[in-house]
Design a protein around this ligand. Structure first.
Ligand SMILES: Nc1ncnc2c1ncn2[C@@H]1O[C@H](COP(=O)(O)OP(=O)(O)OP(=O)(O)O)[C@@H](O)[C@H]1O
Length: 440
């Protein structure tokens, strides 16, 4: 280890402390993870899950393990060094992420995860702290709990941080699959929109309670291998204040709500795989470009005085089944100054959505939303929901409550105030009415 000069501690986890260090021969800055327990034999080191998984996984969105050093019975992992983890970024964030930023983080995470799952591993501890970011490049880290897909159940030990823990793990199912990672992806996607955890359980039973508040009670036959009968009994006999994911995430577009709903399915078999998630419409929405407010105003000022909406329906047919909720209509407005521009504080940047192929600098195409009759309730069956056209720009949405659907945020979105935190979600602040310590 004399080749490395330790600069500062950058992380402390259950298994190891992580330091920023510099390689004195190459001057490369690295992250050194010093394992907390002693390792007396090389075989022990090579058998570590983290080592086995990382030696096999080589991908741009998976952290690179450069070297392993054993010295005086201590074990050091030398990793490429990243600047932040996603938890720190969210904590320090003062305004919501743009949809483009969220899509980018998500797509990188899913690409890394798809590679991992295809190579026979699942992570089991996905959480924002384990997603490392430098210059908007995201890499999955901490393979301490990674497991080979082919390894044999029962899996009994502690798995994954509670808030991102899949229900089958909470119910102590003796076998589970890479779908546990997909549940965590859904919870992380929701958190990227709200900057607050979707299911912030205070104990394992409270975790189930918080999940039920959003998803309703599961069909218990989904978990034939669940061992925690006491938890099932407690939950079965409890009434929950029901809310919807769309109400919890008023600024998320319907495509995101749909993806979160699928990823956070009670039934692991119903959760999309990483590859399927990457093909979800959430990732094929228009490219989002951020402009500072003054730039937007300048652009709008150069346009004609009267709104002139010119519809461009391109390839869409009129058959309802060819549309989906949240489908956007591209219109070319020559609107002078949209009302909203004046309502937004000066220090906010605006998000403009351009339709690839039709935008140019002089006449930006603004996306306007196509509202379904029941607003954004994504769980409404699309087939039975004839679409009506409502040509109105996005509205700033301030009130959220049961029965009030959030606006269609696909499209011309203004950077709005932060999404509600836990205090704005009374049902989230309330814990499960159970004796917690009993279940811990
Ligand atoms: N390569 C890296 N570059 C920069 N920071 C890192 C790196 N690896 C880890 N860290 C930081 O150190 C923290 C702890 O690292 P890691 O999760 O690998 O340790 P752990 O002991 O396995 O943690 P856990 O308690 O989550 O199991 C991370 O959350 C991250 O902030």
């Amino acid at each position: 280890m004399e080749r490395y000069k330790i600069l500062e501690e950058i992380g402390d986890g259950t298994c190891g402390s992580v330091y920023k260090a510099v390689n004195l021969e190459t001057y490369e800055v690295v992250a050194v993870k010093k394992m907390k327990r002693k390792f007396y034999y090389w075989d022990e080191c090579m058998n570590l899950r983290e080592v086995k998984a990382l030696r096999k996984l080589n991908h741009p969105h998976i952290i690179k393990l450069k070297e392993i050093v054993r010295e005086h019975n201590e074990l050091f992992f030398i990793f490429e060094c990243m600047d932040h983890n996603l938890y720190q970024i969210m904590k320090e964030r003062e305004r919501p992420f743009s949809e483009g930023e969220i899509r980018s983080f998500m797509s990188q995470m899913l690409q890394g995860l798809a590679h991992m799952h295809k190579n026979g591993y699942f992570h089991r501890d996905l959480k924002p702290e384990n997603l490392l970011v430098t210059n908007n490049i995201l890499k999955i880290a901490d393979f301490g709990l990674a497991r080979e897909v082919v390894s044999m159940p029962p899996y009994t030990e502690y798995v994954s941080t509670r808030w991102y823990r899949a229900p089958e793990v909470l119910l102590q199912s003796s076998s589970y699959t890479p779908a546990v990672d997909m549940w965590a992806v859904g919870a992380i996607l929701a958190e990227l929109f709200s900057l607050t955890p979707l299911f912030p359980g205070e104990s394992e039973i409270d975790q189930l309670y918080k999940i039920c508040c959003v998803l309703g009670k599961p069909d218990w036959t989904t978990f034939p291998e669940a061992k925690s009968i006491s938890r099932i009994m407690s939950i079965s006999h409890t009434d929950f204040p029901q809310t919807w994911i769309a109400d919890v995430l008023p600024c998320a577009p319907p495509e995101a709500i749909d993806l979160i709903t699928r990823l956070c399915s009670w039934d692991p078999l119903k959760r999309p795989t990483a590859d399927q998630a990457l093909n979800h419409p959430f990732f094929s929405m228009a490219t989002q470009v951020s402009y500072p407010l003054h730039d937007l105003e300048l652009r709008l000022n150069t346009m004609a005085a009267m709104p002139n909406l010119e519809l461009n329906l391109w390839d869409f047919n009129t058959e309802p089944e060819e549309c989906f909720l949240g489908l956007t209509l591209a219109v070319k407005p020559s609107a002078p100054k949209l009302e909203m521009v004046h309502n937004v504080s000066q220090d906010m940047s605006e998000n403009f959505l351009f339709c690839p192929g039709v935008n140019n600098d002089r006449e930006p195409s603004v996306f306007w939303s196509l509202l379904s009759p029941d607003e954004n309730r994504i769980h409404a069956p699309v087939e039975s929901s004839p679409l009506t056209l409502s040509f109105s720009p996005m509205q700033q949405h301030t009130t959220v409550g049961p029965g009030l659907g959030p606006p269609q945020t696909t499209g011309f979105t203004m950077a709005s105030s932060m999404q509600p935190n836990m205090l704005d979600r009374p049902w989230m602040a309330v814990s499960a009415p159970f004796q917690q310590s009993h279940y811990l």
